[in-house]
Write a protein that binds this ligand. Structure first.
Ligand SMILES: C[C@H](N)C(=O)N[C@@H](Cc1c[nH]cn1)C(=O)O
Ligand SMILES: [Zn+2]
Ligand SMILES: [Zn+2]
Length: 520
């Protein structure tokens, strides 16, 4: 049996678990095509067929709901967009209320370090309050990454644009407005089909995830035994399939430590013809320091970082060959053949179980088209480290700060360097041996006619571990989007098929949750 990491509080132990048993191939063979996917005739829970039909009938209005959501540029990282983040929270609250949910908008106070800004509210909702039913807590986020047409988008980023292949382009379509609206669609389809939701649903939708989930940890801890006290399990739909055809269930995430390095010197920007060669240039110092962080093969150059990484065991190694993933999948989602590693196994390990360091940008640098001959007076470099078991944030920070200061000292520059942590989010690895995962696995098989892969994810959802620890319940990641969705990038999209069949998947999951034996 494979060994899996089980996280209990902050303790990690390894123990043998068996992954969910494969479903018989015959289920797949008995499937017939529905509008976008499969209807599995053989083992369908009786309420699923009318629910699926209703989802197909409502698909245009579900797409309209996504269009309205994408049109609100709820960018959490831009101060000037904060009113739009609030507007998006209000949109969600109104939609949920119209569906008959009990909704509360919970304030989180001022943004730490930016006290002139109010944090957007957490939208919590309850739909159903039947003590005889299980209660599922779902989490998602209604903020998005920044997007400008001039970044290279082929369409307006905040206008949902659908092409002839059913690809729905727009910022937040896959990350995470589509999946969040999927839960609302599930409620609506049940209501319109005259079906009862098979579980009670609790929602927790936040507006600061793309900025490190400011304020949410404390909120979850405070509400674990209040608003969230009835939760039997947690489900998060906010990551992606490994390819474009096969869904997955996810039991691990990397963490993220996000840093800034500022270098300053001159009192103001300078003319490079007048001062070039006679003044220490902040940009030169910054790019030199940045160049010492990671090499072009992805190796982190900060001494000691790799020593914190849990060694690869033979048991873990044996999991990778069985995952449905190929170098072609990588190249398709990269849109190029620029992967570092030669094999799928090493590529997946680089994404799931090894740390990485990415350099994101430089604030204050000249970045417009043209040829401005300026020497910037102050520049701030941004980079992040994706963390993995057993990297603890304080240990990582110490290694990063000491190394950067030492490298800067070697430059003999009279400029001033400062380095700080902007935010950190913890990695998470759990056991998929739980009824929450079994229910999701059955739902995938029902809707898509294929068993899901069990995956980890390279991205971060900082509050996943907090939900697990605060509620003491199992957390499942159930992605809706595919590997080609380009989350965080230009031309982010969600395929209609993933949105509509994904809505069926979320609903089917709730039905199978209701059927799972209590002690499974
Ligand atoms: C996986 C999720 N959809 C996501 O995009 N998470 C962000 C979270 C984050 C961490 N620091 C800032 N944002 C990510 O992985 O980048
Ligand atoms: Zn994101
Ligand atoms: Zn997200």
């Amino acid at each position: 049996m494979p060994l899996h990491r089980l996280q209990i509080g902050r303790l990690l132990i390894s123990r043998p678990v068996s992954l969910p048993r494969p479903h018989p191939v015959s289920l797949f063979q008995q499937s017939r095509r529905s509008f976008y996917g499969y209807i599995n005739d053989s083992k369908m829970a009786p309420q699923l067929e009318p629910f699926f039909k209703q989802v197909d009938q409502l698909s245009d209005s579900f797409i309209d709901r996504l269009r309205k959501a994408v049109a609100i540029p709820s960018v959490s990282a831009q101060d000037e967009s904060r009113p739009d983040v609030f507007r998006m929270g209000q949109f969600l609250a109104s939609e949920l209320e119209a569906l008959g949910a009990h909704v509360e908008q919970r304030p989180l106070g001022k943004q730490p370090g930016k006290e002139h800004l109010e944090l957007p509210p957490v939208i919590v909702a309850r739909y159903g309050n039947d003590p005889a039913k299980r209660t599922i807590l779902v989490y998602g986020h209604y903020d998005v990454q920044p997007a400008l047409k001039e970044d290279g988008w082929a369409t307006e980023p905040f206008e949902l644009t659908i092409d002839d292949k059913g690809r729905m382009y727009g910022r937040g379509s896959t990350d995470d407005k589509g999946p969040v609206l999927g839960w609302l669609n599930v409620i609506e389809a049940h209501k319109k089909a005259g079906l009862e939701l098979p579980v009670n649903l609790l929602c927790c939708f936040e507006g600061m995830e793309e900025y490190g989930s400011e304020g949410l940890d404390d909120f979850i801890q405070a509400e674990a035994q209040k608003f969230f006290k009835d939760a039997d399990a947690v489900c998060i739909s906010d990551n992606y399939w490994l390819g474009t055809e096969k869904p997955c269930l996810t039991y691990g995430l990397r963490g993220c430590n996000y840093y800034s390095i500022s270098v300053s010197g001159p009192a103001q920007d300078l003319h490079s013809g007048v001062f070039g060669g006679s003044a220490h240039e902040p940009m030169t110092d910054l790019v030199t320091v940045l160049s010492k962080l990671v090499d072009s093969q992805g190796n982190i150059l900060i001494p000691g970082i790799m020593d914190l990484v849990e060694p690869l065991t033979e048991e873990e190694k044996s999991l990778y060959p069985g995952i449905s993933y190929s170098m072609d999948n990588l190249h398709e989602s990269l849109g190029s053949e620029t992967g570092i590693h030669a094999t799928k196994e090493r590529t997946l390990m680089a994404r799931w179980r090894y740390p990485s360091l990415s350099i994101h940008g430089i604030e204050g640098a000249f970045s417009a088209p043209g040829a401005k001959t300026v020497i910037p007076a102050k520049v701030i470099g941004k980079f992040s480290i994706r963390t993995v078991p057993n990297m603890e944030s304080p240990d990582v920070n110490k290694l990063v700060f000491d190394y950067i200061k030492a490298e800067f000292a070697k430059l003999n520059s009279k400029n001033t360097l400062d380095v700080w942590l902007q935010h950190d989010g913890k990695w998470w690895v759990a056991s998929p041996k739980h009824w929450n995962f079994s229910a999701a696995s059955k739902a995938v098989t029902q809707v898509f006619g294929v068993e899901p892969d069990m995956t980890r994810e390279g991205g971060s959802i900082p509050v996943t571990l907090t939900f697990e620890q605060a509620t003491g319940k199992n957390v499942l990641l159930l992605p809706m989007g595919s590997s080609t969705d380009a989350a965080h990038s230009i031309n982010e999209k969600l395929d209609k098929r993933n949105y509509i069949e994904g809505t069926k998947l979320l609903g089917a999951y709730l039905h199978y949750v209701a059927e799972e034996p209590m002690n499974a």
